[in-house]
Design a protein around this ligand. Structure first.
Ligand code: UT7
Length: 352
């Protein structure tokens, strides 16, 4: 039977380190508050003009492809997960294809918009494509350049202190090794609270979901439409917003549930997990999950203190770091889990 395995993995984070103290120069926050509430000490910011979501993805991808022992031309499908795309459209998938110099092969490129669980959604899609025999070498990337679109005033502090930039990539291939590879993936969503962690404007909603006046859209009989209005800019409604407590409460419940679901499906137990790589949303969320499943410190990979929350990139970055540190070995059971905006959440179990 064919299953899908991760054959190579890589990550890239920008050089520039931004400490909590640096953020405290722009907004009313403190190193103590950020560390206590999130576990974050610092994050990376991409160069404003010389790096992009796609350029970071390119570097991570080249490492992953090289580690898989492949040439770029061997990639036959690209899946790109991000919430901070370079353009509103087209998506970063085709930009990455171009940056990698593999346009000649005219392979497909798919963009995934599932925020923090984007990587797990992409992994699940890749898993199905490999198992069906449709593709042989899928490049799956999560990359974010959050620093470009955050509110650096005190009003935006609950969101801004959390997020950081970076990219992670994996190459997914078929394996016929019995019991190896991606064992199971589980994807969920509930749009009830879609606006509670969201980047609403610019967008094509025209005020449909809320108060049209609030955003200052032109009247119905005015020709044309606007993604962005002067009122949005004047009112500062051009940044991501988050109801942190609501997200936190839902995250701890869903992380736990979706990991249990994966274990039940595979008839495995928490003690069988060699390494849990949770989406790096908040150290307190990871610690809650760790405690719930009775996992030891060395069974959980956390790097949020160095990079903050890199959304779609957080799992592939953490997984690659774990692999580089020698914590991911043949036969290990790796558990991935994520929760975020949408709300969307998911899990995966991989026998390495
Ligand atoms: O990856 C996607 C999903 N995102 C998440 O999973 C995030 C989940 N949520 C969280 O991580 C936490 O809710 C936060 C870290 C965002 C906030 O922590 P919290 O412990 O839930 O704080 P809070 O929102 O209840 O705010 C407590 C206080 C408030 O002040 P008052 O009203 O008590 O005076 C906030 O205004 O902390 C204030 N506050 C800050 N103070 C200093 C909020 N952000 C900051 C800040 N620095 N950066």
């Amino acid at each position: 039977m064919i299953s899908a395995k991760i054959a190579g993995l890589g990550f890239y984070v920008p050089e520039r380190i931004v400490t909590n103290d640096e953020l405290a120069q722009y907004m009313d926050t403190s190193d103590e508050w950020i560390q206590e509430r999130t576990g974050i000490k610092e994050r990376r910011y991409a160069s404003k003009h010389n790096e992009s979501t796609t350029s970071m993805a390119k570097i991570a991808s080249e490492i992953a492809i090289q580690r898989a022992g492949l040439d770029k031309k061997d990639i036959d499908f690209i899946i790109f997960a991000t919430l901070s795309p370079d353009y509103y459209f087209p998506g970063c998938g085709v930009l990455l294809q171009r940056e990698l110099g593999i346009t000649k092969t005219e392979i497909g490129a798919l963009d995934i918009r599932n925020q923090c669980s984007g990587f797990i959604y992409g992994l699940s899609v890749a898993d199905q494509f490999i198992k069906s025999g449709m593709y042989k070498n899928i490049l799956l990337v999560g990359s974010e350049k959050h620093s470009m679109g955050l509110d650096y005033s005190t009003e935006g502090r609950n969101v801004t202190v959390i997020f950081g930039d970076g990219a992670g990539a994996v190459v997914i291939q078929a394996t016929e090794e019995e019991g190896k590879g991606i064992l199971t993936t589980h994807l969920h969503s509930d749009g009830t609270h879609a606006e509670e962690l969201a980047f609403i404007s610019p967008g094509a909603h025209g005020g449909y979901f809320g108060d049209q006046e609030k955003y200052g859209f032109p009247s119905e009989d005015t020709p044309g439409g606007l993604f962005l209005t002067q009122k949005m800019i004047d009112d500062g409604k051009i940044f991501p917003n988050m109801n942190g407590q609501l997200v936190f409460k839902n995250a701890v419940v869903k992380f736990t549930k979706v990991i249990k679901e994966a274990l039940a499906k595979t008839k495995l137990k928490p003690e069988d997990i060699s390494l849990l790589v949770p989406h790096q949303a908040n150290l307190r969320i990871s610690q809650f999950v760790q405690k719930t499943f009775g996992l030891r410190d060395e069974q959980v990979q956390n790097n949020i203190e160095k990079y903050g929350n890199t959304t779609a990139a957080s799992i592939p970055i953490a997984l690659t770091e774990a692999w580089e540190e020698g914590k991911v070995n043949d036969g290990d059971l790796i558990c991935l889990a994520a929760f975020g905006s949408g709300f969307t959440w998911g899990s995966a179990l991989i026998r390495w």
